[in-house]
Design a protein around this ligand. Structure first.
Ligand code: CTP
Ligand code: MG
Length: 255
């Protein structure tokens, strides 16, 4: 399989209240983005990595790519006004030889090799897949006054994660058919669905959290800490920077 991985990292982290793009915040001694990039770099099916970043983060990202030896990275692409627009910008740089496109948020640094394997394998079988978790809580739809309008049937509901993997031709066609108002799509699979292609859900990983709030930063730090080997390729650099990391996380979390 020749997979091109698009990594949208062009947000700002408003909900986290971070002074810098959250994708660049340190976790366990390295920028959040570095954890995801390492897993993608080491997967044999992934041949290209296309990062999508804001203009002001371009330099920091270049340094990161060199320091982390992310040799599969193509020149980073500029971010768009919405996440969907950023992914579309990334897609424009997918090499013609790529038969598959994978999208994974920079804000999900706890991606495991196992989940990545499962997503790629399932994509080969189904053509388009999204990782996710079956809903474990009852979901209610409410109106502006918080009066319940609908209680949804939990058995058919899934919470969606990334990675999501698509046949390149399906994703390309879906994006081409939805050039306007991309922002209306809550995730990449929704673009593919809107073009009529079937998307299959793959059981995701509860630890593959998206860092959105300051509490998530603590969680991500703990999850990465619990994974021996996740940082083992750089033990000396990590031990030197560990103190700085926990201080940075604490400062944000205490805001
Ligand atoms: N993203 C992007 N381009 C945008 C907006 C978001 O590439 N215009 C990326 C983010 O960098 C992140 C992922 O999409 O990796 C998921 O978005 P989210 O968690 O919402 O991150 P932010 O937009 O940075 O956070 P916030 O919404 O709190 O500002
Ligand atoms: Mg956002």
């Amino acid at each position: 399989m020749s997979v091109a991985a698009i990594v949208p990292a062009a947000g700002s982290g408003m909900r986290l209240g971070s002074p810098i793009n959250k994708a660049l915040l340190p976790l366990r001694g390295r920028p959040m983005l570095a954890h995801t990039l390492r897993v993608l770099q080491e997967h044999p099916a992934i041949r290209w990595i296309i990062l999508v970043v804001r203009a002001e983060d371009r330099r920091a990202v270049r340094t990161l790519l060199t320091r982390e030896r992310i040799t599969k990275a193509l020149p980073p692409r500029e971010g768009g006004a919405s996440r969907a627009a950023s992914v579309a910008n990334g897609f424009a740089a997918v090499p013609p030889q790529a038969a598959w496109v994978l999208v994974h948020d920079a804000a999900r640094p706890c991606l495991s090799r196992r989940l990545l394997d499962e997503a790629v394998r399932a994509a080969k079988r189904h053509g388009a897949v999204a990782c996710g978790l079956p809903a474990s809580l009852t979901v209610k739809a409410v109106d502006a006054r918080r009066t319940v309008r609908l209680t949804l049937d939990r058995d058919s509901l899934w919470f969606v994660q990334t990675p999501q993997v698509f046949r390149r031709d399906w994703f390309g066609e879906a994006l081409a058919r939805a050039p306007r108002g991309l922002a209306q799509f809550p995730d990449d699979a929704a673009v593919v669905e809107s073009a009529g292609f079937p998307v299959c859900m793959v059981p995701g990983d509860p630890l593959n959290i998206k860092v959105t709030t300051k509490e998530d930063l603590w969680l991500a730090e703990a999850i990465l800490k619990s994974r021996n080997g996740a940082i083992s390729h750089q033990p000396s650099a990590v031990s030197k920077r560990r103190h700085r990391t926990s201080r940075a996380v604490r400062l944000i979390a205490e805001r």
